[in-house]
Design a protein around this ligand. Structure first.
Ligand code: NAD
Ligand code: TYD
Length: 343
């Protein structure tokens, strides 16, 4: 089989490519990525020379380029990870989120209709369900929870999901959607909570916690997410949506303190700063459907996953130091420079 993985030079896409090449060496993987600020070819270096792997620098909005690639590769499966993925950036500049996350998705699906495929899989997020109150730990996101988004990012992802289901109903496109909770693990871009806090703590820089830090996220080790997607594209039912999460809810402040503990850094580095606009309170996934239908269960406990992750960042300083030494400095200044430190 030939699988096109879009966004494979980013965090989850690259982890998925490593997982697939290892688990299914008989398959061919073609990575399509525009190499935006979030994508890095150095991440894919370990697989670049493999015979059953090809990298193509391409934007999913480039219809002509995408059609040409489909003509060349005649893919069986498309897994679409390519997206603008950071909520804070979407608050600053929504337009690129709409262009990549919605229009780009439609271009990929048009190519699927034109050339025919076995499966189009859309990698979505639990953020399409909006948020849950912190004081209602009995509530979870189910697949039929209404879409109710908060940020331009989650709205663009929800719009793409609706479009995917419309292509299924209208054109009979064989689609699946997965909605996963927050991922952590190797190769996550240091703008996101966990790698940002690791990088700052190692440099003894302030650790900027938005507001009180009581917001809850449901953390999943990235490899468990990859295993779930692998199962869905091979065994999942067409037209279905699957929630992916490991019942691992934690407050942001707990995560930041844990990182300090592991690295031997004082909590005095923690700075409570101006909250994110429209900040979602709590995400929590009910993964019963994927467990019962496909037998998926998370395998990495948070205590082990976070240790592995921190160790990975310690062992791969060249990877992230290279990133944060460039344009990232301007980003950091713009995003954090004007945030007030709260008492
Ligand atoms: P990321 O930002 O690390 O990587 C995104 C990749 O997409 C980058 O390699 C980038 O170069 C590429 N890309 C961006 N725009 C493109 C375009 N127009 N054409 C081609 N390539 C383009 O993102 P991630 O964290 O790996 O997330 C991957 C997917 O998973 C996204 O769709 C995201 O919405 C979803 N998701 C992420 C999380 C999470 O916790 N990170 C959780 C649930 C779902
Ligand atoms: P993030 O990693 O951006 O993921 P998402 O917003 O998609 O859940 O943020 C995770 C949580 O951490 C979120 O509640 C916002 C918070 N956060 C901070 O407190 N400080 C930071 O510098 C960042 C990047 C995030």
């Amino acid at each position: 089989m030939t699988i096109i993985v879009t966004g494979g030079a980013g965090f989850i896409g690259s982890n998925f490519i490593f997982y697939e090449l290892d688990k299914h060496p008989e398959d061919r993987i073609v990575c399509l990525d525009a190499l935006t600020y979030a994508g890095s070819l150095s991440t894919l270096q370990p697989v670049m020379d493999k015979e059953n792997f090809r990298f193509v620098k391409l934007d999913i909005r480039d219809r002509e380029g995408v059609y040409k690639l489909f003509e060349e590769e005649k893919p069986d499966i498309i897994v679409n990870f390519a997206a603008e993925s950071h909520v804070d950036r979407s608050i600053e500049n929504p337009t690129i989120f709409l262009e990549t996350n919605i229009i780009g998705t439609s271009v990929l699906m048009d190519a699927c209709r034109k050339y025919g495929i076995q499966r189009y899989h859309q990698v979505s997020t639990d953020e399409v369900y909006g948020d849950l109150p912190i004081d209602r730990p009995d509530l979870f996101f189910h697949e039929d929870t209404p879409i109710h988004t908060s940020s331009p990012y989650s709205t663009s992802k929800a719009s793409a999901d609706l479009l995917v289901m419309a292509y299924h109903r209208t054109y009979g496109l064989p689609v699946t959607i997965s909605r996963c909770s927050n991922n952590y693990g190797p190769y996550q871009f240091p703008e996101k909570l966990i790698p940002l806090m690791i990088a700052n703590a190692l440099a003894d820089k302030p650790l900027p916690v938005y507001g009180e830090g009581k917001n809850v996220r449901d953390w999943l080790y990235v490899e468990d997410h990859c295993k779930a997607i692998d199962l869905i594209i091979r065994k999942g039912k067409e037209g279905e949506t699957y929630n992916i999460g490991g019942h691992n809810e934690m407050q942001n402040i707990q995560i930041v303190k844990l990182i300090c503990d592991y690295l031997g850094k004082p909590y005095s580095l923690i700075e409570h700063v101006t909250d994110r606009k429209g900040h979602d309170q709590r995400y929590a996934i009910d993964p019963t459907k994927i467990h019962e239908e496909l037998g998926w269960l998370p395998e990495t406990m948070f205590a082990d996953g976070i240790k592995k992750t921190i160790q990975w960042y310690l062992d791969h300083k060249d990877w992230w130091e290279n990133i944060i030494s460039g344009e990232y400095q301007n980003y950091y200044q713009k995003m954090y420079g004007s945030r007030k430190v709260l008492d």
